[in-house]
Design a protein around this ligand. Sequence first.
Ligand SMILES: CC(C)(COP(=O)(O)OP(=O)(O)OC[C@H]1O[C@@H](n2cnc3c(N)ncnc32)[C@H](O)[C@@H]1OP(=O)(O)O)[C@@H](O)C(=O)NCCC(=O)NCCS
Length: 217
Amino acid sequence: MPPLYTFGDMRTAIRTRLRPMVEADIPQVLDIERESFPSPWPQTAYKRELTNKIARYFVLAEVRDDEGAPPPAGSPGIWASVRRALGATEPVPTSEYLLGFVGVWLMVNEAHIVTIAVREEHRRMGVGERLLLAAIELATDLDQEAVTLEVRASNEGAQRMYEKYAFNRMGLRKRYYTDNNEDAVIMTTPDLFTAGYKKLVGELRARHQERHPDLWP
Ligand SMILES: CC(C)(COP(=O)(O)OP(=O)(O)OC[C@H]1O[C@@H](n2cnc3c(N)ncnc32)[C@H](O)[C@@H]1OP(=O)(O)O)[C@@H](O)C(=O)NCCC(=O)NCCS
């Protein structure tokens, strides 16, 4: 049962779904980028990335539907017949608000997380971890051996998240970030298919589902 939030006198069901990023998401992705990174990617970079064969991008979207909400004033019959005419069996999503996104490049044997960000007002609520789990599960499904990434040396919050998933510090790329010449820390998971790592991810996933049921289907 999705949680119910109250907006004025309207009760609206809110749930989230993880899905592939599409071009229409780019304006919201850029909003999240701007509040997350000192040198955000331009819109053209995202358009290009969505057709990059080795790239996979996902968003976690808050889906607000008309379940529990009143139909548009004065037109319940019309609304129902429009939905029936469209062949709707599920509530029709009327808007999706993005909470965060993750981008992964599938290299030869490794999945490289090239970007991950959560809307500032939704941080520390499990969204980043949900996206990281999606990246790890994608890599596992596609038989990649490990997940790897670079993170700013000063970005302690993100490093804590990766350490929670047993990413090891493999080394530094000196002065990797050209905006401030900051070093990047290279962090990589153990082999995804070892029994120990599969067990860790399974346990963390189960704990996350228990703590944040609204972020799972
Ligand atoms: C890094 C980021 C994606 C984390 O997302 P989030 O939704 O806030 O993270 P979660 O709430 O899912 O936290 C998951 C775990 O990460 C760690 N963590 C996340 N943010 C942290 C912080 N600010 N300080 C310490 N630990 C933190 C914790 O271990 C947490 O687990 P817990 O809830 O059991 O304590 C988010 O802070 C962000 O978008 N930052 C800006 C962009 C960025 O830095 N991206 C990473 C580039 S490499």
